[in-house]
Design a binder for this molecule. Structure first.
Ligand SMILES: [Zn+2]
Ligand SMILES: [Zn+2]
Length: 426
């Protein structure tokens, strides 16, 4: 990121100049404290090395046995996707798809897209066709890769089964654990600015906006585009000249979409907690397990750290997210000017914590895959798991639909309700 580049904060929409960054340094928005740019030394080399390592580990994790379950001389062996297959066989196709996408497809695609984007940057060859689109997809996939949450699900599942049987980790599990750290390190060492700066720009876009000229910030590549220089697609929508994403001053229909998703999630929250998420059959006897009874089970067995994690992730976090989003929606609706920085921070928290609620969905998936010994011992996913999975996805989509810039619009002189007036360069 070259010094002096105009930057629009994507959380409060303040137009500012980016200062020169020292190695490892970051620039923060002067108004809301959001990280605008972070300099990451040797970003392409380090990220590419981690990506290649990650792809090898991904192949191992998806090839070898994951966990084995041994009980009274009988054994079941699972791979990473056995649970997905079994959930689908039990009629829970929606939950199975979500688990497959978040634990296998999204992390795998992220690694593949990073390789396709970074390899030409390192090797100095021609950029691949649709290079900006590929990197845009990578960015979109990041929140949906949840291998770290899956790992917590494995821990909880193993603890739940310790009384019942012996669990033996397979080669794939070790590769999976290392992969979690490698993927996190790859994401942390990636400097998106280094990638975006390689996309050639027309001089009309590259120039600094004139004082008073209307500009619009791209949500994906963060280019500040003079409005007159934006591309226009056949549908009449403005598109970013760098990454081709549709340009919006605010996320489209942000308030309506967020309201709808919050209400839907709130409606599902109750059955998610009342209905059993799974039915455990052991020696011919069947017992239904709700999310709360799962927490109590861990408590009774002295596993209080895991009980706290599951309670926080499954019961507390979804409720907290719904309450925060409700509060933010109402504050925007009533044009509150109360502590915009704190409200923006609250929004950031809801975006960051939501994925951890997937823990219980993964627990059900892993248990269903492991415990498949008919009347001796078997576990079946129940309706509660479907509702619960819906709550997690809906609250994540709700947080993504909410536009934190709306919080700041009330403070601006030039707003006209939901949509702010075009941002003008100064
Ligand atoms: Zn800001
Ligand atoms: Zn863009």
């Amino acid at each position: 990121m070259s010094a002096g580049t105009p930057t629009l904060c994507d959380e409060c929409d303040l137009l500012q100049q980016s200062p020169p960054l020292p190695p490892g340094g970051a620039s923060l928005c002067v108004r809301c404290g959001h990280v605008l740019h972070r300099h990451r030394p040797n970003s392409v080399d380090r990220t590419l090395a981690l990506t290649v390592t990650g792809l090898v580990l991904f192949a191992i994790a998806n090839t070898f046995p994951f966990l084995s379950f041994e009980m009274q001389g009988q054994e079941t062996q699972t791979t990473l996707v056995t649970g997905v297959h079994d959930l689908a066989a039990q009629g829970k196709v929606g939950v199975a798809s979500v688990v497959l996408f978040t634990s296998v497809v999204a992390p795998g695609l992220q690694l593949l897209l990073l390789l396709i984007v970074l390899a030409p940057l390192k090797l100095g060859g021609r950029l691949p066709p649709r290079f900006p689109t590929l990197f845009r997809w990578f960015k979109r996939l990041v929140p949906w890769g949840m291998m770290d949450v899956f790992m917590i699900g494995i821990l909880v599942s193993v603890v739940k089964l310790t009384d019942m049987a012996t669990i033996v980790p397979g080669t794939s599990l070790f590769a999976f654990v290392v992969l979690i750290f490698v993927l996190a390190a790859a994401q942390a060492s990636l400097d998106p600015d280094v990638v975006w700066e390689r996309v050639p720009l027309r001089p009309a876009v590259r120039r600094a906006p004139a004082p008073g000229e209307a500009v619009i910030g791209c949500d994906v590549c963060e280019l500040v585009v003079p409005e007159r220089a934006a591309d226009v697609d056949p549908g009449g929508r403005l598109r970013c000249p760098r990454c081709a994403d549709v340009l919006h001053r605010r996320k489209p229909d942000s308030l309506q979409r967020t309201w709808a998703l919050v209400i839907a999630a709130a409606v599902f929250y109750l059955p998610a907690n009342i209905y059993p998420v799974m039915a455990v059959t052991s020696l011919g006897q069947t017992q239904a397990d709700t999310i709360l009874s799962g927490v109590l089970f861990l408590l009774h067995h002295g596993m209080w750290p895991l009980a706290i994690i599951v309670f926080t992730a499954s019961i507390f976090v979804p409720l907290l997210k719904l309450l925060i989003l409700l509060f933010l929606l109402l504050s925007v609706h009533f044009r509150s000017s109360w502590r915009p920085c704190e409200r923006t921070r609250m929004y950031r928290i809801t975006e960051a914590i939501g994925r951890w609620s997937m823990t219980d969905v993964y627990v059900v998936t892993i248990l269903v895959a492991l415990v498949r010994l008919g009347n001796l011992a078997s576990i079946e996913a129940k309706a509660g798991a479907v509702f619960f999975c819906a709550v997690v996805i809906l609250t994540m989509l709700a947080a993504m639909s909410f536009d934190p810039r709306l919080i700041w619009d009330t403070l601006e002189q030039d707003h006209d309700g939901v949509r702010a007036a075009p941002r003008a360069a100064t």
